[in-house]
Design a protein around this ligand. Structure first.
Ligand code: ZN
Length: 474
């Protein structure tokens, strides 16, 4: 916490609930301390001195967690990368991204009972400074104090068990039978399928394995996705409250509904949904998020071809860091932080320039997987269009919410610098301008590079297998 945040941090009833007088007393005491970092910019830029990993746990923080993972890549002469994660998955992701590490352990090709050399240590004790923000991070403590072998032994046992299960599964299924035939698209009889290019994109991958990437979450196996999905629900709820004319203005709602340049939509965007619709629509987006998180653990050649922009990658890393902390420590503030990260990540996903191949976008890749039905059949246009409408509707809603948050944040910053509320509001970009900027960039059908939304819509065909129309209700 920074000195300027004393008031906002201690005011809420939970967990502190200090009255104004007490808060002022704390602020006064703190102001007497020299050498404190005063503002967020300075804080982001400074090198925060995290303790050495052999230090004793810090008593003032929450008690250390055990069974963590610690990266062992050297980053400079004699300095080991300090990255610590709660799960092996996160550590794998970190090693791939930060150190270009390749996982030698390929699914189905693992020699029995072998323990792989990996660039991390297990059974690590760790703590965390700061609930959120730039310097929020896990760090190792008490290195060498505990029994380092216990964590590893347990990990290996699990792996052996998992391998045994995997092996059994692959025998039962005739994998070959389930492979998607990469059809010659010019011969594809269904113009809808030809248009979507799904068969080509998902070609050599096993349909059931692909469908498993969007399966419902198992709280035991996917604690991270449970947090992501909950945050997404809450985000959409919150966005619905803001996406009304009383909050963002009618003009912004019209702008959010715009599909083509120079053509004003007939109706403003309507954020209302009944309970069933809400559940269904958030489900599709959550499936997309599951797809992103689950494929992130796979090697590139083990998943359909898509690419993250560097912004998307950064936002995903930040999201997953925030998620890890909720899994570990819980707490409302942490959850609120995840909501913000989910929004930023989704906006980054939407804002994806598709320069050459439309399947460089993970959203489009995920939408293709949502086109797979039980038994590995493709959804026809009739069945699929509602899903696409749902994804687009919530995308528009998130655009509005993002505009709202950008404006609020900007006004708050100015007020924090001593500018009056009225002046701050007047000098900050309006909701309608902010929405317009995003809609133009990635929510309209036309544009170069073609936004993700233009890849399938509008679809017109007279084919018997699907009387496809542009999705309604967007
Ligand atoms: Zn590292």
């Amino acid at each position: 916490m920074l000195p300027s945040q004393i008031d906002s941090n201690f005011a809420p009833q939970q967990p502190h609930g200090f009255v104004k007088q007490e808060r002022e007393r704390i602020a006064k005491k703190v102001a007497e301390i020299d050498g404190l970092i005063l503002n967020p910019e300075a804080f982001t830029q400074c090198e925060f001195p995290f303790p050495a990993d052999i230090s004793e746990p810090i008593a003032a923080l929450q008690a250390p967690q055990t069974s963590g993972f610690r990266c062992t890549f050297p980053i400079t002469e004699g300095v080991i990368c300090p990255f610590v994660s709660k799960t092996e998955k996160r550590m794998q992701g970190h090693c791939k991204k930060a150190h270009n590490w390749r996982n030698p352990r390929r699914r189905g090709h693992q020699p029995k009972g072998s323990s792989q050399e990996v660039p991390w240590r297990t059974g690590v004790q760790y703590q965390r400074f700061f609930v959120q923000g730039a310097k929020s991070r896990f760090f190792e403590v008490g290195r060498g104090a505990g029994d380092p072998s216990s964590g590893e032994a347990e990990g290996t046992r699990w792996e052996t068990l998992e391998k045994a299960i995997d092996h059994g599964m692959s025998k039962v299924d005739d994998v070959q039978q389930r492979k998607i035939k990469a059809t010659d698209e010019s011969k594809e009889p269904n113009p809808w399928l030809r248009r979507t290019g799904w068969a080509r994109h998902l070609g050599r991958f096993d349909r059931e394995e692909l469908r498993a990437l969007v399966r419902p979450v198992d709280p035991e196996k996917d604690p991270e996705l449970v947090v992501v999905h909950k945050a997404f629900h809450q985000l959409i709820h919150r966005a619905q409250k803001n996406a009304v004319s009383d909050v963002v203005g009618r003009a912004a709602l019209f702008e959010a509904h715009r599909k083509e340049e120079g053509k004003k939509p007939k109706k403003p965007f309507n954020s209302r949904m009944d309970k069933t619709t809400f559940r269904q629509y958030t489900l599709y987006w959550n499936q997309l998020l599951s797809y992103v998180v689950r494929t992130d653990d796979l090697d590139k050649e083990d998943r359909p071809r898509f690419k993250f922009t560097s912004k998307q990658q950064d936002m995903l890393d930040e999201l997953m860091d925030a998620v890890d902390q909720v899994v570990e420590f819980q707490g409302q503030m942490l959850e609120a932080h995840v909501q913000g990260r989910v929004l930023q990540f989704c906006i980054a996903l939407l804002d994806h320039g598709l320069a050459d191949n439309e399947y460089q976008s993970v959203i489009i890749s995920g939408l293709a997987v949502l086109g797979l039905q039980e038994g590995g059949r493709w959804a026809n246009a009739e069945d699929y269009t509602p899903k696409l409408s749902a994804v687009i509707k919530l995308a528009r809603l998130m655009v509005i919410q993002n505009a709202y948050e950008i404006r609020q944040q900007s006004i708050a910053n100015k007020v924090g610098q001593g500018i009056s509320q009225v002046d701050a509001e007047e000098s900050t970009r309006s909701h309608v301008k902010l929405v317009q900027g995003m809609t133009r960039k990635f929510m309209m059908l036309t544009g170069i590079p073609r936004p993700w939304i233009g890849c399938w819509t509008p679809v017109r065909t007279d084919c018997t297998s699907g009387t496809a129309r542009p999705p309604k209700g967007r």
